[in-house]
Design a protein around this ligand. Sequence first.
Ligand SMILES: [Zn+2]
Length: 99
Amino acid sequence: MGVKMGNKEVNKKYYLKNKEAINLRNRLRYGRDRLLICIQRRGDLKMKARYLANKKIKIPKGQLCVACNLVQATERHHEDHAKPLDVKFVCHSCNCILK
Ligand SMILES: [Zn+2]
């Protein structure tokens, strides 16, 4: 049992000593930017493009789908996932076809 207690003490000391680093690690691991880090690690261009576009590009209100020109655009379509901010505003059904 003594060993267990000892470990607890060590953990506490370790935590206090590395509080900043641990907090930062936890924030990165569980925080808002978790998805981005996950994407960066995986190097998935498609995911990254979607994430960036979602974050940076707002679909203008009243924007019609550029493909059918009939309904309001609700999605962003990437012609080239290497250009994450180069998007076309399309409706859901057109985006399904374009994909
Ligand atoms: Zn459409």
